[in-house]
Every structure is written in C-alpha cells, then in structure tokens.
Write a protein that binds this ligand. Sequence first.
Ligand SMILES: [Fe+2]
Length: 431
Amino acid sequence: MLFSLPSLRTPLILALHRISQSSIHTNIMAATTHFKYSPIPPPPTANPTYFAEFGRQVQGFDPSTVSEEQMNEIIDMLYKHSVLLFKNTKLTPKQQFDMTHAFDPKAESYGHGNNKTGKEKASILHPDLKTIPHQPQVQLIGNGQVQGNYEGLESPKLKHPHFSTFHGKPLSPEDEAANATRFYRWHIDAALYALSPPKVTTLYAVKVPQGQPQRCLYDDGTGDEIEVPLGGTAFVSGKTMFDILSPEMKSLAVRTKIQYAPHPYVWMSPAHAMPTGLGIESEGKELPLEELPEWEESKVKVYPMCWKNPVTGALHIQVHPCGAHQLHIDPLPEGASKEGALYPDGAHITDLAEVRKLLYSIQRPGIAPELVYAQDWEDGDLVVFHNRGVLHSVTGTLKDSEIRQFHQCNLAASDDPTGPTEEDVKVYVQA
Ligand SMILES: [Fe+2]
C-alpha cells in the first residue's frame, strides 16, 4: 500500500527512477509539513559540526493511520538525515513490518533470512535473534527472561550481546571493576552472502532498563572513550566517515570494492574482534572455506566501499569490516595523476591482515568519539536508520535482571547498493 523507490536494475527503470526521484523532491519540498522535525541533540562528546544534518526527531506520526504521501516524506527525510526518532510510539509487529516494507516494497524476507539449519547455526548472530512467529521479519532482541507468552513466543530468554564473547582482549581489571563497556561490533545489518543489504532497519524499544551511563572504551592505545547511556545503540555516519578522509584516501575509497567471505558470520565465528569492535584480529582463526556450509561463488557479495545515497547523491563508506575477505582496487582512470596516489595501478588484495589494516585505516577515523551518536532509549522509542548510510553498534553490559525488549525489523533488499559513478570517481581522483 505504501510508496517505494523503484529498483535500479535496467536503463528503463533507471529513467523512471530519475523521474520518480525528481517528483519526490518536488513533492517533498512542498510536503515536509505532514510532521514536525527537530534535530536530535548530539551528546556532549560530539562535535556539532558533524551533526547538523544527522538525525531528526519526528512528531505527529501515527503508524495506524499513515498515508502513502506521509510515508514518502518519511522516506525522503530518512535518506537526508540517516536516523529518525519517534517518541512514545505504539507499534504492532505488523505495523513495524509495513513501515519497514514501505522503503522497499519488493523486499519480503528478513535481512538474514529465516531458515538457519545445520552448519548455519554456527553463525554468531544465531543466539541473539528470536523470530516473532506471526511476523517473521520482526525479531525480538534484548536481555533477560520475558515472563509468559510474548507475541507467540513462550517465556523467551534474551541475551544482550556482550563484547567479552566477541573481542579478543578483555578489559583491564580496573576497568572491569569500574563497569566500563566497549562497542560490541560496528556493522551494517546485512547477511553479506546471497541476500542484499537491507535499506533500513527499524528498532522499537518496548522495554528499556534504567541505569547509569557507562564509559565506553576504545582500548586501542589512543585513550579514546565516550560515555554511553546504559544499553545505548551507537551510530556513526558513513558520509562523515568518507568526508573526513584525506584526498589520497578518498581516491582509494572510490576505487575500492570489498569481497565478503561466504557465510561470513559462520566464517568469523572462531575469530575475535579488535577492542574497538571495528573488525577482526588477524590470528588466522577464521573457518577454512571448505568447512563452511555449502556455498556458491555466484552468491558471494562484492560491494563498493562507498555507497551512493539515492536521494542526496552523497557517498557513504559502508563496509562491514568483520566480514571483509578481499579487496579489489581499480586503477586510476586514464589521465589521472599518479603522484601521491595509493595503489595507482589497482590491486587485488587477498592477504587478510593487509585487507583489515587498510580498512581500519579508512574506517577508524570515522568512529572517533566526536563522531558517535548513542541513542539513549526510552520505552516507546522507535528509531529508523539508513542501514546503507550508517554503521551501528550495540554497547553496554546488562545484568540478567535488567529486562530489555526491542523489536527489530529489516528486509533483505530487492537490489544491491550502487557505488560511485564515473563522474564521482573523477571528482575524487586527482587529475
Ligand atoms: Fe544491527
């Protein structure tokens, strides 16, 4: 019933898309009157310069009566502002699915698929998700034992992901005693094999534990840390991650594609993450490809490092560093100066340690404390985020008694993200 952006697969559809996009703009310029929008105040540690366009709180939205025109406005605003926050909402799993579906009406199934069997159960995501039986695209996530029947699930027991189960290095005893936390895993919500990355994720907070904020440590020798609300979800902008790069790194970023491992969450399951949660330690612990669940080459995903925003045209660095397996770097286009350029003749990097080192050097600046927004959840909050434009991470340490119930929905997309155009590349390689 709701409007969507068309697929970009063929020139004809591309043309229709352009028409549709321009009509959206006309529409939206006149139509940002359905709801009230206000900036989401960035945390005190954030540099406001980078948050002028990031995040909007929406007032006046009622999921039970939303019209197509209203939803068009929400879609447009999400692509412009990356994160939308709706306070005091009441949202059924069906309404949440409908809202998520409106961003990609041809998408139907959950972002990671719903049928994990046999060897796929080794996926590191498997224990964190409880599928709501009557709306299988919506997952119950959180912490603690929910009493009684909940949306068709009998007394579901939830476990808030904790970095100690994923990171290689533990906290120091002093930080442990002081109840510090870390970013669990910076990521995009995406299967990264066979299925295409969801366009948006909706996160609805049914029940949020109250408690003191925690110090979130980077523990990478920089001394970086920020304060996060208890169980806060941290976001960074992929656009800012791109914008703050040096010209040499931008030239590299627009020429690079990431090849992901087959079944990446199974592949990485024996491995450990770095203390920043921004990728895996190179210790050779990943499962050999022949030990993975059955896989085929044609389903392996290769994505540009920069994804183009379908409304603003901006480039966002969107890389799930944990699943990255190889890099393909295009040579500089003809006529571009090679002076100072990185990998001017292109490269195919298969050494995992080198892949990760390069990705880390591109992504780590983008998670600096001044660039992180952590959502301070309250019961009834709904956050919609542009999953192809931001990275996010769980934070926090919850006790068993701290009950957290969230509904999460995202849909394996009907198309793949698009990268920089030839024109974009020309802008960022030095002529
Ligand atoms: Fe996520």
